[in-house]
Design a protein around this ligand. Structure first.
Ligand code: ZN
Length: 457
């Protein structure tokens, strides 16, 4: 396995600390609003990475946190006159529903920041004790310049980063240096707080992930994931905290690119801020269409999403589904068939090269084409080819042969298609045509093939 490592800025051999085992920490959401397509891309990137690694034989331990205390949650609670835990619990449930709808596997562990406050305090104490951090009335800050390679992940020197920091915001007078950042924030009126050796307060965001990841994995871990928007400051600061505490942190860093909607960067100000639910509501196949679009774009490239791209992806999904139905209609037993060894080896090779999903899914399409030909010709390779398509797409989390959301519909349409076949056999062509018209009205096309009729949406 080879992987692009943000730290070394090149594709490197991926060698986990323990052979055959991968510990993966992916930054999760701050829960205070509807999850949007950026959340979907982020979570799905690590879902696909995990699924492929598991398919390839690794034992993966996937941890993704929930940030359940932060400024946005506090502001929303204030605005709605409810408590912060009420806001966080409500939106975490919405987030998990959206992830389930997108067939994203739940992480093995989903730590919540508020459950790790003691670990965070202990972590900060270590940093205060070794003088990499200092306490003020406003909270505790990390002394960034005490960490020599602080900017290693973002490939910037202290001075280059300080220029940016100085230009961006008014410098907090409590800081010794503009680059320093808060590990612990002193209590402000009306905010949720926890007692600490530095007075009541709450943790900063970066110490949350450092304390949760190391709290769970102990002595470092293999792979840290997140969006490219987290490289600086979030991941840079998480790492700085670990380095300052003398702790081993992540061995490799993986970052997924952002996305454009209809050619424009997704942003609230552009009003093209699509929620996952908007996309799911638009069409019952969009859960899988979205995953296919993601697979067709390498995770380090900007993902282009739009009405047309989703429609094209749905058409491609239907080709997969139609193949399975056609194989079923031809009574091909693909459940116990051997996979095509060449296709599997090719797939593994492109996927082991930094998760080459566009090439991987292209191989699945090529096998799909061959499978359709084999079914039509009654070739005995059909069962193996169908099994291969199902295995390769499945290893990437793409369900084929019908989505959960359209499951009930499928049975009804199957029954109508069967009734039409029966009508034709009884030479009741008026009834057969009536059923076909009804199916057409529902957006279902029927194709009569030598092995029986195939329908698709
Ligand atoms: Zn994080």
């Amino acid at each position: 396995m080879r992987i692009y490592d943000t730290m070394s800025r090149k594709i490197v051999d991926f060698v986990p600390r323990k052979e055959g085992q991968v510990s993966l920490y992916a930054c999760g959401p701050t829960v205070y609003d509807h999850p949007h397509l950026g959340h979907a891309r982020n979570a799905m990137t690590y879902d696909i990475a995990r699924r492929f690694l598991e398919w390839a034989g690794y034992d993966v331990h996937h941890v993704a946190n929930v940030t359940d205390i932060d400024d946005n949650i506090i502001n929303r609670a204030l605005k709605e006159g409810v408590t912060e835990p009420e806001v966080a619990q409500k939106w975490e449930a919405v987030y998990i529903d959206a992830m389930d709808a997108l067939n994203i596997l739940p992480p093995h562990e989903r730590p919540h920041a508020t459950d790790f406050v003691q670990e965070m305090i202990d972590f900060v104490q270590v940093l205060v004790d070794n003088e990499s951090a200092y306490a003020t009335d406003a909270g505790v800050y990390l002394r960034v310049r005490s960490i020599e390679d602080y900017g290693a992940l973002v490939h910037r020197t202290h001075d280059e980063l300080a220029e940016g920091a100085g230009a961006r915001v008014e410098v907090d007078p409590n800081k010794e240096d503009p680059l320093d950042f808060a590990l612990w924030k002193a209590a402000k009126p009306g905010e949720p707080t926890w007692p600490s050796p530095w007075g009541d307060g709450r943790p900063g965001w970066h110490i949350e992930c450092a304390a949760m990841s190391l709290g769970i994995f102990g002595d470092g871990f293999d792979l840290h994931g997140g969006g490219t928007d987290l490289v600086f400051p979030h991941h840079t600061n998480e790492r700085a905290e670990a380095v300052a505490a003398g702790r081993t942190f992540s061995r490799y860093w993986m970052h997924n690119a952002m996305l454009n909607i209809d050619g424009e960067k997704m942003s609230k100000s552009l009003n093209n801020f699509a929620t996952i639910q908007d996309v799911l509501n638009e069409h019952p196949l969009n859960d899988r269409a979205l995953r296919l679009l993601l697979l067709q774009t390498h995770y380090r490239k900007t993902l282009e999403i739009g009405v047309d791209a989703l429609a094209q992806a749905r058409a491609a999904i239907e080709r997969f589904d139609a193949m399975v139905r056609k194989a079923d209609a031809a009574n091909i037993d693909y459940t116990t068939a051997e996979r095509d060894p060449n296709a599997v080896a090719e797939f593994r090779e492109v996927m082991e090269d930094d998760f080459g999903t566009p090439e991987g899914i292209a191989i699945a399409f090529e096998v799909l084409r061959r499978a359709n030909g084999a079914i039509d010709n009654g070739d005995e390779s059909a069962s193996s080819l169908v099994a291969t398509v199902i295995d390769l797409t499945g290893s990437l989390g793409l369900r084929i042969g019908g989505s959960q959301q359209s499951g009930e519909d499928d049975a009804e349409i199957d029954a109508m298609v069967a009734a039409r076949t029966a009508a034709k056999e009884n030479k009741d062509f008026a009834e057969a045509d009536r059923i076909r018209d009804e199916l057409t009205a529902r957006g279902i096309a029927i194709e009569d093939t030598p092995s029986g009729p195939i329908w698709r949406r």
